[in-house]
Design a protein around this ligand. Structure first.
Ligand code: ZN
Length: 479
C-alpha cells in the first residue's frame, strides 16, 4: 500500500472531505506501507482534505503515528497536561482551545465532547475499544462515583501555566471492549479492512448517545464483572456507597453474612460499599460468648479498617442481660440488639450506666404480642424496636400487612433486618420469600427512615453479602 491507496480506502469508508477524525492506531497492524508511517498520516490528511481535521491523543505510551502528528510543525497541542491531544487541520484550534479550563479533563469543552459537536468520527485503526479515549468523556459527563480527582498543569492562552485539579478522572480498569456489542446492536459502528488492519469507525455523537443512555441505566456499565479484578470491585463499591449516601437510612450487615474471619469480613464489606457491621457471629461463634479482650480486639481491627460496629447482636434469649451490656461496653460497642424477652426490663435498667443503646428484636411472637411486650419501653429514648420480618413469618404472620401495621411499629422501629423467608421457613433472597421485605423497605423510605437496614440481620441469607447488597439496590431501583 502507498499513500494514495490508503487515502482512497479511507474515502471509501466515509472519511472524506471535511471530516473531523479522532485517530487511535497501531502502525504494526497495517503491514508494509510505502513511505512508512509518514505516508499513513499524509493519507489521512489527503482523505479529509483542507477542510478536514485529524486529531490524536498524545498521552500514555504513544504509537508511531501519534508521534508523527505531534511533531508536525502545523500540529496544535491542547493545553491540558492530562488527556492531551494533538490536531492538524481546519478545526484543530477549535478542538484544542481551552482544554482543561473546565472542571474535567474529558467532559464539557474538551476536545472529546467538541469532536461530537463537530460531527466528528472516531477511527480505531488496528486497535479496539480499550483505546477509545472518548469513552472517558462519557464517564466524565455521567459524573460516575468511581471517578476521582487528578492534578496536572493547564497552559493558559497567554502561555503561563498553572497547576490544576480536575474531577471525574478515570481509574485503572474498565471493560470498554465489552461495550462494542452495544454499538453494533444499534448500527453505530462500521468495521472495515485496511491492509492487515481492522478499522472501526464510530460517529462520536452516537457514542455519546449510547454511552450516556447505558450509564444512566446502570452506572457500572463500563466496569468488568471479573470478581478477581480489584479495580472494578473497588469501583463497584464506590457506586454502591454513592447510591446509599442518597438514602436516609444507614446500611449495615451481619458479620456472619460478611464472612467467617475478620480480614475476609472487612474485604467483603468494602467490596459491597459498606462502612458498618453488626457483630453477631465471628468464626462461627456468637460474639456474645467471646471474651471482652477478644471482642475489643475485633472492634479495633474493624475500626482501623474504617468499619463501624453498628451493634453487638445477641442471637439467643440471654439468662442475664447485664453481663452482656458490660461485655459490649468493655469492647467499645455502644448499641446492643437482643430478643424481646423477660430479661429485657433488666437490660433497660442496666443500659444507662453502661452507655448502651438497646434495640429489641421480635423472635417468634405475633406482632401484637411483641408490640404489647415492647410497650413498656416504647417511650424510653434509649430503646428502639428491631423489626425481624423473618421471625414474624415463623410466627405465621404477614410481616407488613399484619405484624407491622397491627403492632404500630412505625413509631418505634429503629432497625429493619433485611432477610427473607418462605412460609416453610426456607431462607430466601430479598423479596423472594414471604417476609414482605419490599413493602417494608418502601414504607420506611416513605417515612424518611433514618435508622438501620441490616443485610442478613437476625436470619440466614441464602447467598453472599454481595448478593444481599445487590438485592437491596435492585429493589430500591425498582421502586
Ligand atoms: Zn476490571
Amino acid at each position: 500500500m502507498n499513500r494514495k491507496d490508503i487515502a482512497n480506502a479511507l474515502r471509501d469508508m466515509g472519511l472524506d472531505n471535511g471530516a473531523t477524525v479522532m485517530l487511535h492506531s497501531s502502525m504494526l497492524s497495517l503491514g508494509n506501507v510505502d513511505g512508512g508511517p509518514e505516508a499513513v498520516i499524509d493519507a489521512f490528511l489527503d482523505a479529509v482534505g483542507p477542510q478536514g481535521t485529524l486529531m490524536v491523543p498524545v498521552f500514555g505510551a504513544l504509537g508511531i503515528l501519534t508521534e508523527i502528528v505531534k511533531k508536525r510543525p502545523e500540529a496544535v497541542i491542547s493545553p491540558c497536561s492530562k488527556g492531551t491531544v494533538a490536531a492538524i487541520g481546519a478545526k484543530a484550534k477549535i478542538l484544542c482551545a481551552g482544554h482543561g479550563a473546565g472542571k474535567t479533563v474529558h467532559g464539557d469543552s474538551s476536545p472529546y465532547t467538541r469532536l461530537a459537536e463537530l460531527n466528528g468520527v472516531i477511527c480505531l485503526l488496528g486497535v479496539d475499544q480499550d483505546r477509545n479515549t472518548t469513552l472517558h468523556a462519557v464517564e466524565a459527563l455521567l459524573e460516575l462515583p468511581y471517578l476521582s480527582d487528578t492534578t496536572g498543569t493547564y497552559t493558559m492562552p497567554n502561555g503561563a501555566t498553572q497547576e490544576k485539579t480536575w474531577q471525574y478522572y478515570p481509574g485503572p480498569h474498565r471493560d470498554f471492549i465489552g461495550l462494542e456489542r452495544f454499538l453494533r446492536a444499534e448500527n453505530a459502528i462500521t468495521v472495515h479492512r485496511l491492509g492487515n488492519a481492522q478499522v472501526r469507525l464510530i460517529k462520536a455523537k452516537d457514542l455519546f448517545a449510547i454511552g450516556l443512555r447505558l450509564g444512566r441505566q446502570n452506572p457500572a456499565f463500563a466496569l468488568c464483572d471479573n470478581p478477581a479484578c480489584e479495580a472494578c470491585v473497588k469501583q463497584r463499591a464506590a457506586i454502591n456507597r454513592d447510591r446509599c449516601q442518597h438514602e436516609a437510612f444507614h446500611l449495615t450487615a451481619s458479620a456472619r453474612l460478611a464472612g467467617k474471619y475478620l480480614p475476609e469480613i472487612i474485604d467483603n464489606l468494602k467490596a459491597a460499599g459498606l462502612d458498618a457491621v453488626e457483630l453477631d457471629y465471628l468464626q462461627g461463634k456468637a460474639c456474645a460468648g467471646m471474651s471482652a479482650e477478644k471482642l475489643a480486639g475485633a472492634v479495633q481491627e474493624l475500626t482501623a479498617a474504617g468499619i463501624a460496629v453498628s451493634a453487638l447482636r445477641i442471637p439467643h434469649i440471654p439468662e442475664a442481660a447485664e453481663p452482656l451490656l458490660k461485655l459490649a461496653a468493655a469492647a467499645g460497642i455502644t448499641r446492643v440488639i437482643m430478643p424481646l424477652c423477660p430479661t429485657s426490663a433488666d437490660a433497660v435498667a442496666a443500659a444507662p450506666q453502661n452507655g448502651i443503646r438497646l434495640a429489641f428484636a421480635d423472635h417468634g411472637q405475633p406482632g401484637q404480642l411483641a408490640a404489647r411486650d415492647f410497650a413498656a419501653f416504647s417511650t424510653n429514648p434509649t430503646c428502639g424496636f428491631c423489626f425481624s420480618a423473618t421471625a414474624f413469618v415463623k410466627a405465621g404472620e404477614m410481616p407488613f400487612l399484619q405484624s407491622y401495621r397491627l403492632g404500630r411499629f412505625v413509631k418505634t422501629i429503629e432497625q429493619l433486618d433485611l432477610a427473607d423467608m418462605t412460609w416453610t421457613e426456607e431462607p430466601a433472597r430479598l423479596a423472594r420469600g414471604n417476609a414482605e421485605i419490599k413493602e417494608l423497605i418502601s414504607i420506611l423510605r416513605c417515612h424518611h427512615f433514618t435508622g438501620w437496614f441490616s443485610l442478613g440481620g437476625g436470619a440466614r441469607f441464602p447467598g453472599s453479602l454481595k448478593d444481599a447488597a445487590d438485592d437491596l439496590l435492585k429493589l430500591i431501583d425498582a421502586m
